[in-house]
Design a binder for this molecule. Structure first.
Ligand SMILES: Nc1ncnc2c1ncn2[C@@H]1O[C@H](COP(=O)(O)OP(=O)(O)OP(=O)(O)O)[C@@H](O)[C@H]1O
Ligand SMILES: [Mg+2]
Length: 328
C-alpha cells in the first residue's frame, strides 16, 4: 500500500471534524474526497499534507511513518481553491520560487519552468503577473508550480470551484490527462459529484467526519451502500411503499415509460414538469397512488410528445430497484 491512513480523528474545540477515518491509496491512483460542506474533506487533506495535526492516527507512506516528517519535507504538490499565486511575482518567478526554496541546481531551473509552462500550455504567458491572467490560467499556473519540484503526490483542494462551469469542465479534463500522463498519485477534494466521477479512479464519499463508502464511480452509482451515497452520487428517486420495501430507490434513467394501456405492474400518474436539457428530457411525474409521491424520469433526447398535465404510466423494473432500510 502506498499511502495508508488508519484511525484518523480530529476535533476542533471538542467537536469532531474527523471520526476514525481509515483509507488506503495506491501509487498512481486518482482519488477524490467527495461530500457536503463541513464533512471533513479539507481537514483530511491538510492532515495528509502535514498542515494539520491529527488527534489520533497512523499515516504511512511507502511504509514509513509520515507523521514524523514535517510538511516542508513531504514533497507533496498542493493546490488550493483560491488562487494562491504570489501576486508580486511573474508566472516564471512563481514556478521558479518553489524550486529555489528546494535547492534545485540554479542551472536547471529555467528549463524546468519552461517544461512546466509547456505542460499546461501557457508558455506564452511566462512574463505576466497573476492579475493579468484569467482564473483558469491562474489555476493552471498553480498546478504547474505544484508539479515543478517533481512531488511524490499531488493534493488538490477544490482547485476548480472558483471557476465558471465551462472553464471548470475544460480544466478537469486537463487535470485528468496530466495526472494519467505523469502517473502521479493524486487526491482531490470536491463537493461536485460530476467532477469526481469524471476524474477519479476511486471516490471516497464522506459525511460528518466519516467515510460512507469508497469505490469506483460505477460501483458507487450502481451499488450505493446507503441512501446518503445514493442521493449524493447522481439523481435517485426514493419512494416509500413500493413492493413492500421501507424505501426503494431507482435512477431516473431506469424508469420505463409504458405505452398503451396500463398493466398491473405499472404506476400511473400525471406529468407535472417536462424539462428539455439538451441530450435528455427530464420529466417529473406525480403518481396517482403512493400518496402522490413524485418520480423523476430521464429520457433520451427531445420529447415533444410529452407535456404537463398528460397521463402517463411507468414501470419500475424490480432489478433496477435499490432497497433502503431507513424509511426517511
Ligand atoms: N481551524 C478550525 N477551527 C475550528 N473548526 C474547524 C477548523 N477547520 C475546520 N473546522 C471544522 O471542522 C469541520 C470540517 O471542516 P472541513 O473544512 O474539513 O470541511 P470540508 O468538508 O472541507 O467543507 P467545505 O466543502 O465547506 O470546504 C467543520 O465543521 C469545520 O467548521
Ligand atoms: Mg473544504
Amino acid at each position: 500500500m502506498y499511502l495508508s491512513l488508519r484511525g484518523i480523528s480530529k476535533a476542533f474545540a471538542g467537536v469532531a471534524a474527523l471520526d476514525g477515518v481509515s483509507l488506503d491509496v495506491d501509487e498512481g491512483e486518482f482519488v477524490c474526497f467527495l461530500g457536503p460542506s463541513g464533512c471533513g474533506k479539507t481537514t483530511l487533506l491538510r492532515i495528509i499534507a502535514g498542515l494539520e495535526t491529527p488527534d489520533a492516527a497512523e499515516i504511512r507512506l511507502n511504509g514509513g511513518n509520515l507523521l514524523e516528517v514535517p510538511a516542508r519535507a513531504r514533497n507533496f504538490g498542493i493546490v488550493f481553491q483560491s488562487y494562491s499565486l504570489f501576486p508580486n511575482m511573474t508566472v516564471t518567478r512563481n514556478i521558479a520560487y518553489g524550486l529555489e526554496c528546494r535547492k534545485w541546481p540554479a542551472g536547471g531551473i529555467p528549463a524546468r519552468v519552461a517544461e512546466m509552462l509547456a505542460l499546461v500550455n501557457l508558455a506564452d504567458q511566462a512574463g505576466k503577473y497573476p492579475h493579468q491572467l484569467s482564473g483558469g490560467q491562474q489555476q493552471r499556473i498553480a498546478l504547474a508550480r505544484a508539479l515543478a519540484p517533481k512531488p511524490v503526490m499531488l493534493l488538490l483542494d477544490e482547485p476548480l470551484s472558483a471557476l465558471d462551469a465551462k472553464v471548470r469542465e475544460e480544466l478537469r479534463g486537463e487535470i485528468k490527462d496530466l495526472q494519467s500522463r505523469l502517473g502521479i498519485t493524486t487526491i482531490m477534494v470536491t463537493h461536485d459529484q460530476h467532477e469526481a466521477m469524471e476524474v477519479a479512479d476511486r471516490i471516497v464519499v464522506m459525511n460528518r467526519g466519516r467515510i460512507e463508502q469508497e469505490g469506483r464511480p460505477v460501483d458507487l452509482y450502481e451499488r450505493p451502500a446507503n441512501r446518503f451515497v445514493a442521493e449524493f452520487i447522481g439523481r435517485m428517486n426514493v419512494l416509500r411503499g413500493v413492493h413492500g420495501h421501507a424505501a426503494a430507490g431507482i435512477r431516473p434513467e431506469q424508469v420505463e415509460l409504458v405505452a398503451g394501456a396500463a398493466t398491473p405492474d405499472c404506476w400511473t400518474g400525471r406529468v407535472e414538469r417536462c424539462l428539455f436539457l439538451g441530450s435528455i428530457t427530464r420529466v417529473t411525474l406525480g403518481l396517482d397512488n403512493l400518496d402522490g409521491q413524485r418520480v423523476t424520469i430521464e429520457l433520451q433526447g427531445r420529447r415533444d410528445d410529452l407535456a404537463p398535465g398528460m397521463a402517463l404510466a411507468v414501470r419500475l423494473p424490480p432489478a433496477a430497484l435499490l432497497r433502503f432500510d431507513d424509511p426517511n
